[in-house]
Design a protein around this ligand. Structure first.
Ligand code: F6P
Length: 546
């Protein structure tokens, strides 16, 4: 008889009870090859999940959970272009953007690959011509600076990847990212830029987003005021699914790069939205980035559940969220260049799975997407690791670490690696009060001090983590890591039975902001808004210079 998600979750809860006060450390004592049994590889990416409480029966139940969720069918539906984004009646095919094979990808009876390849070719040519100066400003000078204007998925993906791949940027212009509607963002970015050598890329799936259109108009004035209205076309390009609106903005047809409604904004770095990244690192590296993601897609599509990194990552996430009850999950790259990785994954994960209604339009009945947070180590060790080690909540952590740095700088990397490994070991091992007391006594502390201080120095330990190791943070590895998390999110959405591909939850705030603009600018009163909002508007207006 086939199982249901609910019945497997019940078994998993019983399994957790049976584990009782088993400590992760004990599991290593009972199994000399626990590391080998509970780690997997894809290409040179190693995923070690031996520092979790899971044992073989738990893993077996998680595989049953995936089977019960109908994962294989839903995954096949995504790859074959079915309209799995039910609420928007769209296919979900970011995988087509990095399909590096000859396989056709059909949407509504049509192979989308010829168009995908045509846009990708244009992106590559444009990127390389901006880099070598054959595409230049209106006065003929090569571009020294490229400013991507976009927000959410039209910003976070390329901004994150361009920072991550800094060592591959040699020879290209400086690439900047402006997203916030706060004028400070564009003002600070334009500070010191020469209009004659600055190219703006306006990236917006809809080409209606308030922040992006406001920033784009300011950028347009920056060029027109300095170089004249005629210079605008040479200093702008646009990336959008809304080709009519891009043309209305005055961007010439050959500077418009399209994509399709089956690419979600947060999954669009692989499309022409990646143009800023392609300019930053050149087409060869951009294609390697796509290749890495493609290889992860193939692994996700074909590897058995028990060998499949994204599926296992998702299932362990479900174990922590729905069985152990952990409400948040931290991602800590020991890689300074992955500084924006967590922000990007916050959008991909929390906008995808921050849902409370199933695809059948009924309440979910299970906690869905956890809060995703984190920051690079070692900096985060000196900020919030106190709470990870001794706080009252247990927070599972994903650690990411490269074997090889790009810099040859003495022992920096050895120290970085030692710190990363130390943190996962400390989270698991902890330090019990008896050991603390012994150590304090050995260092000469008196009994009163020991009684008072020992509880504060005790670490509960037994806190789970997963570690990803890879050779170096090159374009292909970054592509694979992003695709890994994208597929994790897909699998979790399947288990929770939600639509991971819409984002209606951002709409209400946008509507209210539109009506409040009239209020803050004094065109209408605050009628219809609550007393707090009206009071806040009054206070702001009272403090503004007239
Ligand atoms: O408001 C949320 C959102 O729609 C995201 O999903 C998207 O990435 C972002 O806004 C930007 O949208 P656009 O690319 O259409 O400007």
């Amino acid at each position: 008889m086939s199982r249901t998600v609910t019945s497997v979750l019940v078994d998993l809860a019983a399994y957790l009870r049976d584990l009782g006060d088993t400590r992760i450390m004990d599991l290593f004592e009972n199994d000399a090859d626990r590391f080998g049994t509970f780690s997997r590889r894809h290409d040179d990416i190693l995923m070690d999940f031996s520092k979790t409480k899971l044992t073989a029966p738990g893993m077996k139940l998680l595989v049953e959970l995936a089977e019960a969720s109908g994962l294989e069918k839903r995954r096949a539906a995504m790859f074959s272009g079915e309209h799995i984004n039910l609420t928007e009646d769209r296919a979900v095919l970011h995988v087509a953007l990095r399909n590096r094979s000859d396989r056709p990808v059909m949407v509504d009876g049509e192979d989308v690959m010829p168009e995908v390849r045509a846009v990708l070719d244009r992106v590559c040519v444009f990127a390389d011509e901006v880099r070598d100066g054959s595409i230049a400003g209106s006065g003929g000078k090569p571009f020294t600076d490229v400013v991507n204007i976009g927000i959410g998925g039209s910003d976070l993906g390329p901004a994150m990847a361009a920072a991550a791949l800094t060592p591959y940027r040699e020879g290209g212009p400086n690439v900047h990212f402006v997203s916030n509607i706060d004028g400070a963002h564009i003002a600070d970015t334009l500070q010191g830029l020469d209009p004659a050598t600055t190219l703006f890329l306006v990236a917006s799936k809809t080409f209606t987003t308030l922040e992006t259109m406001t920033n784009a108009r300011t950028a347009r004035a920056f060029i027109a005021d300095a170089l004249g209205e005629d210079a605008v076309s040479a200093h702008f390009a646009a990336i959008s699914t809304n080709l009519a609106a891009t043309a209305d903005f005055g961007i010439p047809r050959d500077r418009i790069f399209g994509f399709w409604d089956w690419v979600g904004g947060r999954y669009s770095v692989w499309s022409a939205v990646g143009l800023s990244l392609a300019i930053a690192i050149g087409s060869k590296n951009f294609l390697a980035f796509l290749d890495g993601a493609y290889r992860m897609d193939e692994h996700f599509r074909t590897a058995p559940i028990d060998e499949n990194l994204p599926v296992l990552l998702a299932l362990i996430g479900i174990w922590h969220r729905n069985v152990c009850g952990y409400a948040t999950s931290a991602i800590i790259p020991y890689d300074q260049r992955l500084d924006k990785f967590v922000s990007h994954l916050q959008q991909v994960d929390m906008e995808s799975n921050g849902k409370r209604v199933t695809i059948e339009s009924t309440p979910v009945g299970l906690p869905t997407g956890p809060v995703i947070w984190g920051a690079p180590g070692t900096n985060s060790q000196h900020a919030f690791f106190q709470l990870l080690h001794q706080g009252t909540d247990i927070i599972p952590v994903d650690f990411l670490l490269a074997a090889e740095p790009h810099e040859n700088l003495g022992d920096h990397h050895a120290k970085l690696m030692a710190n990363c490994l130390a943190q996962s070991e400390a989270l698991m091992r902890g330090r019990d009060e008896a050991t603390v007391r012994e150590k304090m006594a050995a260092s000469g502390a008196d009994q009163t001090t020991i009684d008072k201080i020992a509880p504060h120095k005790t670490f509960p330990g037994n806190r789970p983590s997963i570690t990803f190791l890879y050779r170096t943070l090159d374009p292909a590895t970054l592509g694979a890591l992003i695709a890994l998390y994208e597929h994790r999110i897909f699998v979790q959405g399947v288990v929770w039975n939600v639509n991971s591909f819409d984002q209606w939850g951002v709409e209400l705030g946008k509507e209210l902001a539109a009506s409040l603009l009239d209020v803050v600018e004094g065109r209408t009163g605050a009628d219809g808004h609550d007393g707090s909002t009206a009071g806040l508007v009054g206070y702001l207006r009272g403090m503004q210079k007239v």
